[in-house]
Each structure stands twice: as C-alpha cells, then as structure tokens.
Design a protein around this ligand. Structure first.
Ligand SMILES: [Zn+2]
Ligand SMILES: [Zn+2]
Length: 328
C-alpha cells in the first residue's frame, strides 16, 4: 500500500510503498477514504510533540472496514467509520476503569502508538471506531474526528448558559467549526481574528460579531466563554482580558511555549482557565450528529496522497480554508 512517511524531525513528507498491515484480535482494517491534516501534525513533524520516526501521521482518518480481525463482534465489513486520537486504553488503570481512557498513561493513540491515517490502509481497534452518519461524506466527517470533537468537547466543558456570549480565537481548522457549533446552539457568537478575509468568512459561518483582539472583545462587552483554538500563545494570552466576570477560558490549541498571566486578571473576575481535550466519545457522537443534521458545514480542501507534502506546507503556513484532507 502507499503511505505518507514522516521520516525524521522537520523532514518533508514522502509517499512510499510499504506492506499492508494485518488486523489482529479485536482490530479491523480500514480502507482510508479521507484523512484530515491537523496542526498537531505540524507539531509532530517539527518534533514539538514526541513521535517515533519514521511514522505515518494523521489522526482524523475515516474509511470503510474491509477486513475483520479475530474476535470482532461490534463491527461489520463495509461499515463507514473513523477513529479519534484515543482508540483504546490499557483497560485496567484507574482512568480506564472510570471510563476516561484519554487519561490512561498507556492509551493507544492514532498516529502515535497506532499507525496514522495518511495512507491507503490502517489497522484500528474495532471498539475505538465510531460510525459515520450516512448524510456526511468522508471528507466532511474526517475533520470532526479531531477538530470538531475537540471544539465541541470544549464548548460542552465550558457549560455555557442561555444568553451567554461565546468567543472563538483562531478561525482555522478548529475555529471555523467552533464558531458554527456555538452559533448553532443559539449563543451570541464572536470571532476573534486579525485577518480581513477571515472577518468576512466568520460572519458567513454564523458569527454575530467579529473583533480583532482581546481589547476589542472587552470593549464590545466581552465573552462568558472563550474557546482558544489558535496555535499562537501570544494571541491566546492577549484575549484573556476579554473575559467577563465568572468567565471560562477554554484552552485547546497546543503551544510549546510558557503561558504567563497576571493572576489578578483572573481573581477579581472570578474567572477560570480550563484545559480541554477530547472529553469522551459521547461528544464525538454529538459533534457528528449536529453536522449530519446540516447545522454546521465542514469546509475542506482535498489533496491526493501524492500532494501530501504541499498540503502539509499549506497547513503549516495557515493558508488552508479551513481543513486540508488527504483522499487516498
Ligand atoms: Zn488534531
Ligand atoms: Zn488505562
């Protein structure tokens, strides 16, 4: 099969012929139809997040089940499924027993302990897969397995109340979905972006208001919930001043930089900073369901496997509107 190999730190992605993997007990073989490129792929390629090179990246894969390993009972041949980052835990640590395998120290991560999706085929744990609603195409579904799942989890953990104001920092792969999910729920939704081109697009995606930075956000009334999806720590930090009293600042972007804040900014507003990941499969189910009902539109640019490296470069520069998807 053909696969996009990441061979070392900061080396160009390369398409290579390698042996097709075989599903073992409780695993299935996916024929990958779409695999989104997340900004985390850039962090992994640059070595900011630990990976063992050479490897196949891609943690937003979706496809069709073409082979079942021994013992699989929950999945059938031909089913359309995807997998998120965490496919399974060790099964016996405290967090696995609590049903929170994202915290398991020995979890099986897509593009980490398990092969990633930038390839024609991949083996995944059967019980780690989620079925894709019929009304979503593979290209639409793929970005929901990381970007959509992440931002919907972030919005849910913030527990926004009726009539609250939700701001989104960073209108990219994650942010364009965060805006739409917040608007679809009826919250007053504010996009925070410097880019003129994204200001117009943000309105089209359902933003009630667009501001350039935290200062403008504060002057325009602030936000009760800020969903930080930007990969710039500087931009993220600057927006904390736009939080309203009792506000929640949800951190979802990955930065390899220290994050310094003046605690007085939090204290007198009784504000909270909350880290958020993919907070449990029920949120993946909801994120897919909302998209399947046509309430949000996943915006993608598709690339052939052979163009993987140019797609990567476009993602790295932030030039994609809004999610690059490889279609092997
Ligand atoms: Zn991701
Ligand atoms: Zn565990």
């Amino acid at each position: 099969m053909r696969a996009v190999m990441t061979k070392g730190k900061d080396t160009p992605w390369e398409v290579q012929e390698i042996e097709k993997p075989k599903p073992r007990e409780n695993q299935v073989l996916l024929k990958v139809h779409a695999s989104g490129i997340c900004y985390t792929d850039v962090h992994q390629t640059k070595g900011d997040l630990p990976v063992n090179y050479p490897c196949i990246l891609g943690h937003e894969p979706v496809g069709e089940i073409v082979e079942l390993g021994p013992g699989v009972r929950s999945r059938k041949l031909g089913q359309r499924v995807g997998v998120p980052w965490v496919q399974a835990g060790c099964g016996s640590c405290e967090w696995c027993l609590r049903g929170k395998n994202a915290f398991c120290q020995k979890h099986f991560g897509t593009s980490a302990q398990m092969q990633g999706g930038h390839a024609e085929y991949m083996v995944v744990w059967a019980d780690g897969t989620m079925q894709i609603p019929d009304t979503l195409t593979y290209e639409e579904a793929a970005p929901i397995f990381c970007a959509g799942y992440t931002v919907w989890s972030g919005l849910r953990i913030a527990k926004p109340q009726p009539a609250e104001r939700v701001a989104v920092i960073g209108i990219g792969g994650l942010g364009h979905l965060a805006l739409q999910y917040a608007a679809a729920c009826g919250f007053h939704t504010i996009a925070v972006t410097h880019s003129d081109d994204k200001k117009k697009l943000s309105k089209e995606l359902g933003a009630n208001q667009v501001v350039a930075d935290g200062r403008e956000l504060m002057e325009s009334g602030g936000a009760d919930v800020i969903l930080a999806t930007s990969n710039s720590a500087k931009q993220t930090l600057e927006c904390i001043k736009g939080l309203r009293p009792d506000g929640r600042f949800i951190v979802m972007g990955v930065y390899n930089e220290p994050f310094q804040i003046n605690l007085m900014d939090l204290l007198f507003k009784r504000a909270r900073i909350i880290g958020s990941i993919q907070n449990g499969v029920e949120y993946l189910y909801e994120a897919l369901d909302i998209a399947a009902k046509g309430k949000i539109k996943v915006m993608t640019e598709s690339f052939a496997l052979d163009d993987a490296h140019s797609a990567y470069e476009k993602v790295e520069k932030g030039d994609v509107r809004f999610r690059a998807v490889l279609t092997p």
